[in-house]
Design a protein around this ligand. Structure first.
Ligand code: SF4
Length: 779
């Protein structure tokens, strides 16, 4: 007898999701201007351990609450990752809570899309509206779940939103990765087995290219590292087209032409190989394909003299840096970078950086790139129903490897250009602002307007919120407990964001929003699956509807409270759940290891217990070694070894500029652009333009200029400076918002998403943020 296994029974499964994936300021003036319903709880003072959400770093904080009002945020010294520091943005988290512009109630669009007209509704009405639209779309699309897309910004609660996506059964999840560090993480992972952690505490020589830590990521390890530069233990070479604050704190600054870093790294590699100054024992033991790579570098003549013509960096400097790097190796690091994709060659750039670092032996060793350990958490099982009609993601062939976080630009453009094999009709958007984050915002606006349903869950009325149909107000990070997270590294720990005060207005944590929404949608959407899925129909005949529905019940991931899930996640560590509630941080032997060693210095692990070397001579690559060549990539049209191509030399026409963007110590992308405390420090962004160029154009400090590219224009004030080359223009990201509901950010400064062209690199379809030519005129 032939036994047929139903497709469903075969494919039905579950996804075990690790949750981890992995200045004191008074609030009195703020409270005076906010219509806050924060409850008075008598003269009660309390301290709550939480985690900052003002940028991705998640530093530990202690919130001081008086009479139900968060009055102060202090650093929590127990967390190895943030030691005892909160930066300016961290301190300004209070303003995220008490911003009068924050989203307060569920809203439904009540006018043309983009008109900014919304009506206040109850949560039930908002869910009912979504249900009505969604069932209509899915019925018309015959249960093709992939016609609904999901996108999310980075954050500890992304896991909760992703659980909803997993249960829903769409192929389209999009997050910040293809707008950020997709190429960096994969370049390092494919080459040395992981992105790793740069051990800046113990490195003796660091090359930091384009990574502006003194401004973009002002964390304790950044501050401690700069205590060691300039002849105090570690030598820092900064490679950047701009003289940044990081360059100012470096031992050497090398100004480089934009987009030419790969040529610089290949020339460093040439010197190391040609002069045989690399770590021969390390290469012998831990390299795969070194001879071919050596031949590749030498036969292509990637000499410093060749690189000088491309990069603008003197050949003598390249020789010197390569030799100094190897003299100090293995305590030498070519810093991986914590930032976006710049140019079409970005993936190969990161591969070349990783190989060059490894030539010095500085991988999985104290003072080099370390992989560290992490403290495992119990998993939260999420069922992953198989929807027979769900089609594969539309942009899967737009780059060599389009992973689970998609290629945002490729996806948007395919939908807009009607190249999609089936329609994309709805978008669920959590804490993400593609209008500001994705290049060419004119296209993004059109994309959002064309969709039948855009549901946005956020705390602030961003540009994307204003182009939505339904707005669901999430509470801020100080008003919710988030999934507990394990922070791997040299000094691993677990940390938890605890709720400090109750949610204000009618805002809710994402867990509650997902619980309410899934309860409303679950049965009606199952009715559609029943209608179109023959396998489900026959399963119901065999097993009964209740049993089959159990596999499709959207409410399942949200049955427990966040607090219960967190307790479950750390159950194997005795006492951890209580410690995390009280102190916000836990790691084994914490009581014994944690010591105050100076006025503001702490020790978390004794040196002998730190996870500098963990790989036991085997890297997490296919060969277990450093991969000089990845032939499998060649089959997908990607060079197996890093190669410089003539097309990478992007000439800047006379009178024009190559545009570069970046971050600033006081702002985190667009999420902080309405923050009054931060705007007091830096009121708007300015365009850096070379001083002599500006003089020739009659542009003075503070003059308004229009910056125009092929795709759009923006207006911004000029900052003429010697700190940038004559053919480069720079301003920080996140300003020039279009949303009138952001009273301080609205039309404040220049908007880079309006001018950056939407080109993608070939490996992951990540956005190339530095491949745009602009022209300027005084207005
Ligand atoms: S670096 Fe600053 S903004 Fe980022 S998490 Fe830490 S304190 Fe918050």
């Amino acid at each position: 007898m032939k036994v047929e296994i139903s497709r469903r029974r075969f494919l039905q499964g579950s996804v075990a999701m690790s949750i981890a994936g992995g200045v004191s300021l008074s609030s009195s003036s703020i409270m005076a201007s906010a219509t806050s319903p924060a409850k008075k709880v008598g003269n009660e003072d309390k301290r709550v351990a939480t985690l900052c959400e003002m940028c991705v770093n998640k530093c530990a904080a202690i919130a001081h609450v008086h009479n139900g009002v968060v009055e102060k945020l202090d650093p929590n010294p127990l967390f190895p990752k943030s030691r005892n520091m909160l930066c300016a943005r961290g301190n300004s988290g209070i303003q995220a809570l008490y911003d009068p512009d924050r989203l307060k109630y569920p809203l439904i669009r009540d006018g043309e899309k983009g008109s900014g007209k919304f009506k206040r509704v109850s949560w039930d009405e908002a869910y009912a509206y979504i249900n009505e639209k969604l069932t209509k779309i899915l019925d018309e699309e015959k249960d093709n779940r992939s016609t609904v897309a999901f996108c999310a910004g980075e954050g500890m609660a992304e896991h909760t939103f992703h659980s909803f996506f997993t249960m829903f059964g769409s192929s389209h999840f999009l997050n910040h990765v293809s707008l950020c560090l997709a190429t960096t993480v994969s370049g390092y992972s494919l080459t040395i087995g992981g992105y790793g952690q740069a051990d800046l505490d113990n490195a003796k020589y660091v090359i930091m290219a384009g990574a502006n830590r003194a401004e973009a990521i002002v964390t304790p390890d950044t501050m401690d590292f700069f205590k060691r530069t300039k002849g105090r233990g570690a030598k820092l070479v900064t490679v950047d087209p701009r003289f940044t604050n990081t360059a100012a704190k470096s031992d050497k600054w090398l100004a480089i032409n934009v987009g030419t870093d790969l040529a610089f790294v290949l020339a460093l590699t040439y010197v190391a190989i040609k002069e045989e100054i690399y770590n021969k024992a390390f290469v012998e033991n831990y390299f795969n394909g070194f001879d071919a790579y050596k031949e590749h570098i030498l036969s292509n003549n990637y000499t410093p003299e060749w690189a000088e013509k491309i990069t603008g960096i003197k050949a003598a400097d390249i020789y010197q840096v390569a030799r100094d790097f190897m003299v100090n190796a293995p305590q030498s690091i070519y810093y991986q970078g914590r930032r976006t994709t710049w140019s079409k060659n970005d993936f190969q750039l990161r591969r070349a950086q990783a190989i060059f670092s490894a030539l010095g032996g500085g991988v999985d060793i104290k003072g080099g790139i370390c992989f560290g350990k992490s403290l495992a958490l119990a998993e939260h099982e999420i069922p992953s129903p198989m929807y027979a009609q769900a089609k594969p993601r539309i942009e899967k062939d737009e780059a060599a490897v389009v992973g689970g976080s998609g290629s945002w630009v490729a996806f948007r453009n395919m939908v807009l250009e009607k190249r999609s094999p089936y329609p994309i009709r709805a978008l669920f958007n959590y804490k993400h602002n593609p209008m500001q984050n994705m290049p060419n915002n004119a296209k993004t606006a059109e994309f959002l307007k064309n969709l039948d349903l855009v549901v946005t869950i956020d705390t602030m009325p961003s540009d994307t919120v204003m182009l939505s149909d339904v707005i669901l107000p999430e509470c801020t990070y100080l008003e919710r407990t988030d999934p507990v997270v394990s922070f791997g590294g040299i000094e691993p720990s677990i940390a938890q964001r605890n709720k400090v005060v109750d949610p204000m207005f009618e805002s809710k944590p994402i867990m509650e929003i997902m619980r309410g929404l899934s309860a409303k949608l679950s049965k009606p959407l199952f009715e559609i699956t029943k209608k179109y899925d023959e396998d489900v129909q026959s399963s119901i005949e065999d097993d009964g509807e209740d049993k089959v529905y159990g596999d499709f019940d959207l409410t399942k991931p949200f049955a427990s409270s966040q607090e219960e899930l967190n307790e479950h996640a750390v159950a194997k560590y005795e006492g951890a759940a209580e410690i995390l509630k009280e102190k916000g941080v836990f790691y084994p032997n914490m009581n014994e290891y944690f010591k105050k060693t100076g006025v503001n210095d702490y020790e978390y692990y004794p040196d002998a217990k730190r996870a500098y070397s963990v790989k036991n001579n085997k890297f997490a690559t296919p060969s277990g070694k450093v991969e000089c060549s990845v032939p499998a990539l060649a089959k997908k049209g990607i060079d197996a070894m890093p190669v410089w191509k003539k097309e990478y030399e992007m000439a800047v026409p006379a009178g024009k500029f190559r545009f570069v963007t970046g971050r600033h110590a006081q702002f985190t992308q667009s999420g902080t652009s309405n923050n009054r405390m931060l705007l007091n420090l830096v009121p708007e962004n300015f365009a850096w333009i070379n001083k002599r160029t500006a003089e020739k154009m009659g542009i003075k400090f503070g003059d308004k200029i229009e910056v125009a590219s092929k795709v759009g224009k923006t207006t911004i004030k000029a900052y003429p400076t010697e700190k940038i080359g004559p053919d480069t223009l720079f301003f920080i990201h996140g300003f020039g918002n279009y949303s009138e509901a952001l009273t301080r950010a609205y039309h404040n400064g220049g908007n880079d998403a309006a001018i950056i062209e939407d080109s993608i690199e070939p490996m992951h379809g990540a956005s190339c943020l530095h491949d745009t030519i602009v022209e300027i005129r005084k207005v």
